[in-house]
Design a protein around this ligand. Structure first.
Ligand SMILES: NC(=O)c1ccc[n+]([C@@H]2O[C@H](COP(=O)([O-])OP(=O)(O)OC[C@H]3O[C@@H](n4cnc5c(N)ncnc54)[C@H](O)[C@@H]3O)[C@@H](O)[C@H]2O)c1
Length: 249
């Protein structure tokens, strides 16, 4: 098992990509703190505990709020004694053009999608440094952080920030044995902020189908494992080849 007895935090684990990521970590031997703003995270933790007793806790938290992040770190340490791995999965999208997007809309998306990653990396990082034996952080990016789009101005900016935040934090935490990377999805299951899967969702990739949350979870699981021990500050595209293709080809 790749993550035997590891203590893992997965943010936004109440559904979709985060939920599947939490499930796979438990399957691979880890104990998971299922973090979500919504109580649906309790159901995910309950299901994991029904599968494997003591494998999960639910922490209700707002990852855009500094006190809430400090509290989720303390709660995880209280439950598991330490933190080995952090997966930053939470994001929201504004789905607005610059003409539609107010300053408040812009700041909200930046806070939840980008600033949250700064906060969790900061406070979980301090905990890992105190533990003294390293750790792993995997942030979830998006292809929207690498290209322009005709909507989602704040989300594109936030995810662009995620791509380079990862490189900066990787460079700053490497000396502490903390390995930081990102996984970059495109068109996985349902759109960000939505529960329901849309079978007609438009996809332009080499496979002509959306990715499955399980496929993203597998990439996160690999990036967090010792098999990725020489990978630092990388943004790994998991997008069915979308980013490698010319539009219209
Ligand atoms: N779904 C896609 O097609 C896609 C594509 C590219 C990138 N991504 C990225 O993958 C990640 C997961 O996407 P998803 O589609 O599974 O998202 P989702 O919207 O289905 O789930 C996100 C979860 O985060 C929780 N959440 C939202 N704000 C929060 C906050 N402030 N604090 C704590 N929890 C909060 C929500 O309650 C929800 O359970 C995101 O980072 C997203 O940007 C997804």
């Amino acid at each position: 098992m790749r993550h035997q007895n590891k203590a893992v935090i997965v943010t936004g684990a109440g559904r979709n990509i985060g939920e599947e990521t939490a499930k796979l970590f438990v399957k691979e031997g880890a104990k998971v703190a299922v973090v979500d703003l919504d109580d649906r995270g309790q159901g995910v933790a309950d299901n994991l505990n029904a599968e494997k007793e003591g494998s999960a806790i639910f922490i209700k938290a707002n990852v855009a709020d500094e006190e809430s992040v400090k509290n989720l770190v303390a709660e995880t340490v209280k439950a598991f004694g330490r933190i080995d791995t952090l997966v930053n999965n939470v994001a929201i999208s504004d789905n607005l053009t610059i003409r539609e997007c107010t300053l408040a809309d812009f700041q909200k998306t930046i806070d939840v999608t980008l600033t949250s990653q700064f906060l969790t990396c900061k406070y979980v990082g301090e905990q890992m440094i105190e533990q003294g034996d390293g750790g792993v952080i995997v942030n979830i990016g998006s292809t929207s952080g690498f290209k322009g789009r005709n909507s989602a101005v704040a989300y594109c900016a936030a995810k662009g920030g995620v791509a380079n935040l990862v490189r900066a934090i990787a460079a700053q935490y490497a000396e502490h044995g903390i390995r930081v990377n990102s996984v970059v999805p495109n068109r996985i299951g349902s759109p960000v902020g939505k529960e329901e899967f849309d079978p007609g969702r438009y996809v332009t990739n080499m496979l002509h189908r959306p990715g499955l949350p399980e496929e993203l979870a597998a990439a996160v699981n690999f990036m967090a494992s010792d098999e990725a021990s020489f990978i630092y500050g990388e943004n790994l595209f998991v997008d069915g080849g979308y980013s490698a293709m010319m539009d219209g080809s």
